[in-house]
Design a protein. Structure first.
Ligand SMILES: Cc1cc2nc3c(=O)[nH]c(=O)nc-3n(C[C@H](O)[C@H](O)[C@H](O)COP(=O)(O)O)c2cc1C
Length: 357
């Protein structure tokens, strides 16, 4: 039994080798978003069981400098932290994992779910689900190279074939994966499509390792429903945790019964803290792009957030972005915060300003 179970039956933690993920709430890897500055905002609110980097090219990793790479900067208090590797071949695994050991990684995750065509073109991400022999070699080599907790993150595959999906998951388990995260959408499905959490219940029938459900969790109510439908051992939060970095604490409190106070949130103060962290630790060339990426999601907290997102998106300097945000906060008090239905919507209302981040 890999989960620590409370009397009422809700799993309260996931144990993977020596790592305790407590509460069983994981941050999803997200390119351009799950870097140190935002991770620190999240852990300040608390209750993040396992942090994550964004996907890291296994090929490039060995030559990256962890002190200046925006992908690798990490504060000491960012614990535990899982590093996600993206690769199409087992040949890159040894050097990449050696490097992760020098970073004192707490866990290693293998990306087998990214649907981007650019990533797919070189044989990585979700296309590995169509190439199980290659996927098997990658997992076997990763397992040989590390004793750290090893996980994989997948989607549901290309078609509604749960037999094939379960065979793939069983193969991963057989090759030594310790934990599986499942983004409950098919390969081609957009984020606007409702996640298919019930598929996770089917996967759980077949394998024994902990299974973590991901996709479409924006509130404690979503978390509760997802756990009920999927029977998952834990939850992985993506955009919901970028919009509301206190969502882990909210779910820990509301769903896992943790005795913690309701998170106290000031959106302008949080935005300022994010900018301060960016400017303190990253080279200037990385500031504006990351601020735009964060603002795209953060703006959903406001009823008129598209105005904030668009004005920051079209800013040409940090100074300009900061002034525009300040003006927005002055005009938009927190009483006008959008409700959670708005937050869970797709990206259409922000499409106007998506171009140049
Ligand atoms: C901007 C962005 C970047 C992402 N980058 C990654 C990534 O680097 N690795 C990965 O496995 N998934 C990545 N994803 C997918 C997320 O990890 C997650 O599976 C997806 O957002 C669904 O979860 P959510 O509905 O909670 O956001 C990304 C998603 C977004 C929106």
């Amino acid at each position: 039994m890999n989960t620590e179970t409370k009397a009422q039956g809700r799993p309260q933690a996931i144990r993977v080798r020596d790592l305790m993920i407590d509460p069983p709430l994981l941050l999803a890897p997200m390119a351009g978003l799950t870097h140190s500055a935002l991770r620190r905002i999240m852990i300040d609110f608390g209750e993040v069981g396992l942090l994550s980097t964004e996907m890291l090219s296994a090929k490039r990793l060995p030559t990256e400098n962890p002190r200046i790479s925006p992908y690798l900067i990490r504060a000491e208090r960012e614990n535990p932290l899982s590093y996600q590797l993206l690769t199409s071949t087992d040949k890159e695994m040894a050097r990449a994992i050696d490097k992760l050991h020098t970073f004192k990684a707490d866990a290693v995750d293998l990306n087998m779910g990214c649907p981007s065509t650019a990533v797919g073109r070189f044989g990585a991400g979700v296309v590995l689900m169509e190439r199980p022999d290659e996927a098997r070699r990658i997992v076997a080599e990763a397992r040989r190279r590390t004793d750290l907790p090893l996980s994989a993150k997948i989607r549901l595959g290309s078609e509604a074939d749960s037999g094939k999906l379960k065979d793939f998951c069983a193969m991963l388990e057989g090759e030594g994966i310790d934990m599986l995260s499942v983004h409950a959408r098919f390969r081609q499905e957009p984020f606007a499509r409702n996640p298919r959490w019930a598929y996770i219940a089917e996967i759980k029938e077949r394998i024994k390792i902990p299974v973590v459900a991901n996709g479409g969790i924006f509130s404690a109510e979503d978390a509760e429903r997802c756990l009920n439908v999927s029977g998952a051992d834990g939850l992985m939060l993506g955009r919901g945790a970028v919009i509301r970095p206190w969502l882990f604490a909210e779910i820990a409190r509301g769903v896992f019964g943790r005795d913690i106070p309701a998170p106290a949130v000031s959106l302008p103060a949080m935005y300022a803290a994010f900018i301060e962290a960016l400017e303190a630790d990253y080279r200037a060339v990385y500031h504006l792009g990351r601020l735009k990426a964060f603002t795209h999601d953060f703006a959903r907290n406001y009823k008129f957030g598209h105005s904030l997102a668009c004005s920051v998106q079209s800013s040409r300097s940090m100074q300009e972005a900061r002034e525009r945000a300040r003006a927005f906060f002055a005009d938009n008090t927190e009483e006008r915060i959008a409700d959670s239905e708005d937050k869970a919507g797709d990206d259409e209302n922000l499409v106007c300003c998506n171009g140049d981040s």
